[in-house]
Design a protein around this ligand. Structure first.
Ligand SMILES: [Cu+2]
Length: 567
């Protein structure tokens, strides 16, 4: 049974169907078709995204305008991988609504918190929020969080950001429970001459999935004890592609039905919490053209490994003959420790030029035969538009590690400080109202806030040193820093300064290694920099970069943002 979605471009369908192949339709089988969801779903059951959340319409040529959205965060029952569980979602769907806009537009998003006990926030990952730091949506740093039953209207412009990104809750680990969605900003400027073109433009959201609500995982992770210990709870149970995945032989497949001999832009977004995810399409080369909003020189690969919160656009051309027009999309959770019960081989389906609705037959990944291609090497990504950073005027070295507590729990340190969220206030309020807070240079405020402050416009290098094992995908809010260098060996004192370094907002500090980034402190406000592995942030792996506090001190923070803190 397959039901096409409504309002699709001619000849193009994206379907989520039931299949009688080797994976049975489980509890998730109710997701027979998005267009009919109101008939198919009980009110308290999470829906799939609609076709307009997946198929981008481009918006090219539209006049600059204000785009309004209404987001309602609530708790519902959902089963993205066939396993019924409690979720926190926006507008009753997972993933949540896609925001699509042009550079030059204004986004006005009213977020209403219908949770019963927890606050919420929405962070617009990768956006610079220049002049609107109070709408960065980061609990304890730029706001106190929307109390249950209340709303906050975020009102900002994309500014100089364009490309593929996402929004998510930034209140504790809440996004792990389902508060995520795509955010696409189409650029005003044309791409470079000779940059590849494409026929259609799709969102592909990849995530790991946990069957336990995240606060219970955090409690056990931090304390080493809890009702569900000693299960390795920070290991996900499964994953999904655009909200459709598999677990323990149950679940469905997200399903693109395309046209032959066309080129599609797939905007891969890792909206998950811990696992690295390798994306590939059987028999098809993928040409990487964007990393975290930066256009890169076209780079053809067999597969793309995404770390948490990273994005890549890849082009896929539907011109293969092997596989009979039916191909697996694979989203393997590659970093998952082999924990019994985890489903790490997550798949979807791409079809073209066939009426065959059976599942692809390739069990193991056939790769791209005879292509000579390999998986993406992130160090080979080269910006398509040369963007040379200015020379450094400030330098900081920041070491971090994750260690074990006396009870077998976990705690993270950044330069010896383990972050804990401020309660009843936030960094922005402190900086706005208290000139002695977060003084120039490095400071530790309130005992657990490690902050690097510049009150003049400087070119700042931060050397992040990973003092333990395991890769950590760091995210710097409000910026797209130049990544000057990284390596998985001990830092040797070098000052890397490559020509045309990649700019991106989410970057991996390799296991036992280092990464050096450069940013300019010209965006006023406190900006979070943290490991995006949800459990590591919860353990304290978070610091702040505070720019131009004298400017922030002269600003009037919107009263509804201030009032949250006393609510
Ligand atoms: Cu981490």
């Amino acid at each position: 049974m397959r039901i096409a979605l409504a309002a699709l471009p001619a000849l193009l369908t994206v379907m989520v169907g039931l299949h009688g192949g080797e994976v049975h339709a489980g509890p998730h089988g109710q997701y027979a078709g998005v267009s009919a969801r109101s008939e198919l779903h009980a009110r308290d059951t999470v829906s799939l995204p609609s076709s307009s959340d997946i198929i981008l319409n481009g918006l090219q040529g539209q006049a600059p305008q204000t785009r309004n959205y209404d987001f309602v965060v609530s708790e519902m029952t959902g089963a993205p991988d066939g396993f019924s569980k409690s979720m926190l979602v926006v507008n009753g769907q997972f993933p949540g609504p896609t925001i699509e806009a042009n550079q030059g537009d204004r986004l006005v998003i009213k977020v209403t918190n219908q949770l019963t006990t927890n606050r919420t926030t929405i962070h617009w990952h990768g956006l610079y929020q220049n002049g609107t730091v109070w709408y960065d949506g980061t609990a304890s740093v730029t706001e106190c969080g929307i109390p249950p039953g209340e709303s906050l209207t975020y009102d900002f412009e994309p500014g100089s950001f364009s490309g593929t990104t996402w929004w998510h809750s930034h209140y504790d680990t809440q996004y792990t429970d389902g508060v995520t969605g795509a955010l696409i900003i189409h650029p005003s400027a044309d791409p470079p001459a000779d940059f590849p073109t494409y026929d259609e433009d799709f969102v592909v959201q990849l995530t790991d999935i946990y069957h336990t609500l995240s606060p219970a995982i955090v409690q056990n992770y931090l304390s080493g004890t809890g009702p569900t210990a000693p299960i390795i709870l920070e290991t996900p149970d499964s994953g999904s592609i655009n909200g459709v995945g598999q677990y323990g032989g149950e679940g469905d497949y997200f399903n693109f039905t395309l046209e032959a001999n066309k080129t599609y832009r797939l905007r891969l977004i890792h909206t998950g919490s811990a696992a690295q995810i390798r994306f590939s399409v059987d028999y098809h080369a993928l040409t990487v053209i964007e990393a975290d909003g930066t256009l890169v020189e076209p780079y053809s690969v067999t597969g793309v490994n995404l770390n948490v919160a990273q994005r890549y656009s890849v082009l896929l051309t539907t011109n293969q003959t092997e596989g009979n027009g039916t191909y697996w999309m694979r989203a393997g959770l590659t970093s998952v420790v082999a924990v019994e019960g985890t489903t790490s081989d997550i798949r979807g389906v791409i079809r073209y030029g066939t009426n065959d609705t059976s599942l692809p037959t390739a069990d193991t990944d056939p790769g791209v035969p005879d292509s000579g291609l390999a998986d993406m090497d992130v160090s080979l990504l080269t910006p398509a538009i040369v963007d040379t950073p200015p020379d450094r005027s400030r330098f900081y070295q920041v070491g971090f590690n994750i260690s074990t507590t006396s009870t077998g729990g976990t705690i993270a340190y950044v330069n010896g400080t383990s972050w804990a969220p401020l309660v009843g206030t936030n960094s922005l309020l402190q900086i706005n109202q208290n000139s002695s807070y977060a003084g120039e240079g490095e400071s530790v405020d309130s005992g657990d806030q490690f902050i690097i402050t510049e009150d003049t416009i400087e070119t700042v290098d931060i050397l992040l040193i990973n003092q333990g094992a395991g890769d950590h995908p760091f995210h710097l809010h409000g910026h797209s820093p130049w990544i000057l260098g990284f390596d998985s060996t001990t830092y040797q004192g070098q000052t890397p300064n490559p020509t045309n370094p990649l700019r991106r907002d989410t970057f991996v500090v390799p296991s036992g290694g280092w990464l050096m980034l450069r940013y300019i402190s010209d965006n006023p406000g406190p900006w979070t920099m943290h490991c995006h592995i949800a459990w590591h942030m919860a353990a304290g792996l978070l610091m702040q970069v505070n720019s131009l506090p004298s400017v922030v001190a002269g600003w009037t923070i919107p009263q509804d943002v201030v009032d949250q803190c006393s609510a």
